[in-house]
Design a protein around this ligand. Structure first.
Ligand code: FAD
Length: 608
């Protein structure tokens, strides 16, 4: 194909889902000329599944991205239609925010933010080929035959790589319902990347006109909703049930101001109903039409997000499963049927919903389906999310074997910052496991790889008290400031706030976006968990010693006497950068890490 060259960028981000938007925004906000290319501008920041952000482990991720200057938290605060703080039955250190967003508003608002960002250009096109010269990637050739040159490339192509959707036993190519799939993974295979294939699924959407809500349990939002961003505030005006209206306020250089597009909002409820023995009978009677159970889909899906077919087969003694009905927006009647993930044929989906109280007459406007897609095993990446094979190529999001908007956004942020830092010839950015859930996520990915779609759980972190939600800004905001993503005026206020927290002093008034009440609450939480925090701090210090011991990139593992063969093989395959990373490779024993440590120290001393 003849090609046209248009313009050269410092950073080219491919895909404008959750990873792509954060990557492009971070890079451009660091002053680096960036292009965000995506197949369809109308799907920027689209939530493929449930329009919900946050939840246990995930809520913390969103707050971490926010503390460093990312966008997901603020976009959620701008467009949420219901907010709940989860886990409040447990200690305050493990609470986590969750929001149900207006799907379209989220998308449009993210598009507006991206369009409004200096140094960031947008283009609707599809990346098709990777152009390499002398072993170095220098450009992307698009479907329309345009060549885009750049210094750094970030791939955030989500579920679109050779995406195949399944509705019962029919299957056709798509990245998700209504969106074209992309063959770009063939270009990745051509330059040597190892691909795998996973699947995920989504439930049907129902027109609320056809739901009988009188039979359902109402699940309202919190009367005092919790924001995700430290720079947002909700001002609840009337606290009478069903009548509270909440102003959305956002902190900028002029102080607090109302968000212009939706100054005031009323939360919408979700609704709860249950499956029953009749539902399960319909499902059991139709398993031969399921692409999962007929063997049509062979790839692996997320274990913690099972289809209703899976739940019925794997838990035969359970007589009911929860089904949450969640509104998709203020200007739509579509409800997301959370709990009924399915890829059974449409007629069977109708039979299923008709057995469920409240849904007897429901009209399915979009059927549930499954999608299979290609991904690249993340062991092919470094902690910066730069690929080991090409130092100017980065991957972020679902392409790395993760699932979830929050996981994608976090990786996008890290890849965007690192691509920009590398372009600016500055030190790379690597988060530790003791600093952020995002550090845990990336370390797990690049060290262990994935054998199923990876999602964040608090249980994946060793230092959960340290990573508590109320310390996110204290832990991470200085990074954002260092990258130029947090303005100096905010950082000055932050320093005053940090002093108050450190000295356990409640100020007389608010300190910028940190309200007096929030500071008081943080001090209270820190005091309550002091014993645990101190114990974890000692553990972290001990582990840090080993964590940061560097392993030379050309290290010869066979020269280390006493290493188990299995450990040696795994170490040679992953080639960890530090002892900390070596320690977390499955199959590498603590004794072998100890042997390695002694050997590295001895070699270092003999060289000096
Ligand atoms: P995506 O959001 O998928 O965005 C990828 C972007 O890249 C798109 O804009 C696409 O147009 C663009 N693109 C792709 N190829 C090219 C190319 N060659 N050139 C230019 N642009 C390109 N997550 C959960 O946590 N829970 C769930 O229950 C869940 N269910 C899901 C159900 C379905 C049916 C689907 C499709 C996804 C589901 N997910 C779920 C996953 C969630 O949608 C993803 O984790 C998240 O969207 C990943 O973000 P991303 O930025 O990596 O990719």
């Amino acid at each position: 194909m003849s090609s046209v060259f248009l313009k050269e960028y410092a950073v080219l981000v491919i895909g404008a889902g959750h990873a792509g938007c954060e990557a492009a925004l971070a890079s451009a906000r660091m002053g680096v000329p960036t292009l965000l290319m995506t197949q369809n501008l109308d799907t920027i920041g689209q939530m493929s599944c449930n329009p919900s952000i946050g939840g246990l482990g995930k809520g913390q991720l969103v707050m971490e991205i926010d503390a460093m200057g990312g966008e997901m938290a603020r976009n959620t605060d701008r467009t949420g239609l219901q907010f709940r703080l989860l886990n409040t039955g447990k200690g305050s250190a493990v609470w986590s925010p969750r929001a149900q967003c207006d799907k379209k508003l989220y998308q449009l608002t993210m598009k507006w933010v991206v369009e409004d960002t200096q140094y960031l250009d947008l283009v609707q096109d599809e990346a098709k080929e990777i152009l390499v010269n002398n072993g170095r990637i220098y450009a992307i050739l698009t479907k329309r035959g345009i060549t885009y040159r750049a210094k750094k490339f970030i791939l955030t192509t989500g579920t679109f790589l050779n995406g195949m959707t399944h509705y019962g036993l029919s299957a056709f190519p798509a990245g998700r319902a209504g969106c074209q799939s992309s063959t770009f993974s063939n270009a990745l295979a051509d330059i040597g990347f190892k691909l795998d294939r996973y699947k995920t699924g989504t439930p049907m959407r129902i027109n609320s006109r056809s739901i009988d809500f009188s039979h359902l349990d109402e699940q309202p939002g919190d009367i005092e909703p919790t924001c995700f961003s430290y720079r947002s505030m909700f001002n609840v005006k009337h606290q009478k049930k069903d009548h509270e209206r909440t102003d959305r306020l956002f902190f900028d250089e002029n102080g607090w101001s109302k968000y212009p597009q939706s100054t005031s909002f009323q939360q919408l409820p979700c609704w709860l109903t249950w499956t029953n023995d009749n539902t399960h009978e319909v499902i059991r009677g139709n398993l031969d039409k399921s692409p999962l159970y007929s063997g049509k889909i062979k790839s692996i899906g997320p274990r913690y997000c099972p289809s209703i077919e899976d739940k019925v087969v794997k838990f035969p003694d359970k007589h009911k499963h929860q089904v949450f009905l969640e509104p998709e927006g203020y200007m739509t009647k579509e409800y997301y049927v959370n709990g009924l993930f399915t890829s059974l044929p449409e007629d069977v989906q109708y039979k299923i919903v008709k057995t469920i109280p409240g849904l007897e007459n429901s009209e399915i406007v979009r059927p549930g389906y499954a999608v299979e897609y290609d991904l690249c095993q993340p062991t092919q990446l470094m902690h910066t999310l730069q690929t080991k094979m090409h130092d100017n190529l980065y991957f972020a999001g679902q392409i790395n074997g993760t699932t979830g908007y929050e996981e994608a956004a976090g990786q996008g942020f890290v890849a965007g910052v690192n691509a920009a830092l590398s372009y600016l010839e500055r030190e790379p950015f690597i988060l530790g496991r003791d600093e952020a859930y995002l550090g845990v996520l990336i370390d797990d990915l690049v060290t262990k790889g994935t054998d199923e779609p990876y999602r964040m759980f608090t249980s994946r972190a060793e230092y959960r008290i340290h990573l508590r939600w109320n310390s996110t800004d204290i832990r991470l905001l200085p990074y954002g400031h260092r990258f130029g993503l947090i303005p100096d005026n905010i950082f000055k206020l932050f320093e005053a706030y940090r002093d108050c927290i450190a000295s356990e002093r409640v100020p007389d008034g608010d300190i910028g976006p940190w309200s007096r009440g929030k500071i008081e609450q943080s001090i209270e939480i820190n005091t309550k968990y002091k014993g645990y925090i101190n114990r974890e701090t000692r553990d972290i210090e001990r582990m840090r010693k080993a964590e940061h011991v560097k392993i030379p990139s050309d290290f010869k593992y066979p020269s280390v006497p006493g290493l188990l063969t299995e450990s040696r093989q795994k170490l040679e395959k992953v080639r960890p950068v530090t002892l900390g990373q070596a320690k977390r490779i499955p199959g590498v024993t603590p004794t072998d890490v100890q042997i390695l440590w002694v050997f590295i120290e001895k070699s270092r001393m003999s060289r000096n």
